[in-house]
Design a protein around this ligand. Structure first.
Ligand code: NCD
Length: 307
């Protein structure tokens, strides 16, 4: 059975720490890794739009000396003719050594893993999970803060449909002494199943609020998210909720000096462009980290060790 990454809890805390260590070594010594995946092929199958996730995967594989194939929309694959995900994956696993896939249906990568003969990486499944964004987030927190424990993190925006939030909370819940502040409109609160599984079961404290400004001074990390328009059932609700939070330089005046601001991107309106100049804005550094941690992940799932 190939090793997959479908859910972030497929990796132990020791494995997460090891991936971060390898990613940091790749950042420091990229030439050591440049031929590690020679003659290996990564397929990126994106049934949903993407910029960073797909291109960082492709850039990661190219940086390891491998090659890439795939498609970037369902409409250009045989899905448009009515082919099932299972048959598409079965086909691609005849050509590629490893597959990263994104799909609008929750659980699609789990179904894919049933038929694939090569490792499957979940690159986002509907409003459910996004484990490789979480790897990116963990590497960024580690590089910015030097640790993955003892902090207060605020998640702000669409906590209901935001899959990056679900996976990151699942990952962090296994590290020590983290306080969670969940900031969202009432309609977009963190789903109960995430709260139960990740937080309540482990007796981890969290607070919920609708008001970003009142909690900003407490935070060490602020994780902003986009309101996920494509998951809404009606446009009216989206229009009403889309500008619930807009982070501006004024709102950051009361924040800690060493706060870091993360965002998986794309940003729509929730962080004003003026914030980009603030040294606490870490989201463009986060984008860069996404490539290196995916390099480390590809090596791990292919069982390649670089000495
Ligand atoms: C996120 C996603 O696809 O869930 N983007 C990403 O992969 N960096 C966040 C989003 O689309 O809002």
């Amino acid at each position: 059975m190939p090793r997959n990454l479908l859910d972030i809890t497929d990796l132990t805390v020791e494995e997460l720490d090891e991936l971060i260590r390898v990613a940091e070594d790749i950042i420091d010594n990229p030439e050591k890794y440049q031929d590690a995946c020679a003659h290996k092929q990564l397929a990126t199958l994106f049934f949903e739009p993407s910029t960073r996730t797909r291109l960082s995967f492709e850039s990661a594989m190219l940086g390891l000396g491998g090659s890439v194939l795939g498609f970037s929309s369902a409409s250009s694959s045989s899905t448009a003719k009515g082919e099932t995900v299972g048959d598409t994956i079965h086909t691609v696993s005849c050509y590629a050594d490893i597959i990263a896939m994104r799909h609008p249906k929750e659980g699609a990568p789990f179904a894919a893993a049933q038929v694939a003969e090569v490792p499957i990486i979940n690159a986002g499944d509907g409003g459910h999970n996004h484990p490789t964004q979480t790897l990116t987030d963990l590497l960024t927190i580690h590089r910015e803060k030097g640790r993955l424990n003892n902090f207060t993190i605020g998640f702000c925006g669409d906590l209901k449909f935001g899959r990056t939030v679900h996976s990151l909370i699942n990952a962090l819940s296994r590290y020590e002494n983290i306080n969670y502040v969940l900031i969202s409109p009432t309609e977009l609160k963190l789903p109960r199943y995430v709260k139960e599984e990740a937080l309540k079961k482990r007796n981890i404290p969290y607070t919920q609020t609708t008001d970003l400004e009142s909690v900003i001074p407490d935070l060490d990390i602020l994780y902003m998210t986009r309101v996920q328009r494509e998951r809404f059932f009606n446009e009216e609700d989206y229009l009403r909720l889309k500008d619930s939070y807009i982070l501006t330089p004024e709102k950051l005046e009361k924040a800690k000096e060493d706060l870091i601001i993360l965002h998986p991107l794309p940003r729509v309106n929730e962080i004003s462009v003026a914030v980009d100049k603030d040294p606490r804005a870490a989201y463009w550094r986060q984008v860069k980290n996404g490539k290196f941690i995916r390099m480390a992940l590809i090596l791990k799932l292919l069982g390649i060790e670089v000495k």
